[in-house]
Design a protein around this ligand. Structure first.
Ligand SMILES: [Zn+2]
Length: 119
């Protein structure tokens, strides 16, 4: 269940890095990738694991104030890190790429799209 007001609010400012719709779609994408069926594991496993490897590094930076781009919730666990990363990828792509080009490229590969040009 989602708050309609918060969903609308997320799209009202397309550059604040907070978007409930994008956040929850990122969770749904991740779940669809994990739930075993005819179409699971559509995210390249090698890329997914590289992104998972970034989580503890970035979570530590978020918690210690070395990463000010992510809100604190992004350090809660890998799933939240991924969802907040997707929000930033769409709403603050330049900031995300400037902060960590490698992380930006991993999100682009997971989503199989680019917000700032080519891979
Ligand atoms: Zn979440």
């Amino acid at each position: 269940m989602l708050s309609v007001n918060n969903l609308i609010k997320g799209f009202a400012d397309a550059s604040d890095g907070i978007n409930l719709g994008l956040h929850e779609m990122a969770h749904a994408l991740n779940l669809e990738n994990m739930i075993k069926n005819d179409e699971f594991r559509f995210i390249e496993t090698k890329i997914y694991f590289k992104l998972r490897d970034e989580y503890p590094i970035e979570a530590q930076k978020i918690k210690t104030g070395q990463n000010l781009l992510y809100r604190k919730y992004g350090a809660a666990n890998f799933q939240e890190f991924f969802a907040v990363s997707v929000e930033l990828f769409f709403e603050k792509p330049v900031d995300l790429k400037d902060y960590n080009p490698y992380l930006y490229s991993l999100i682009a590969k997971v989503l199989n799209l680019e917000t700032l040009g080519s891979f």
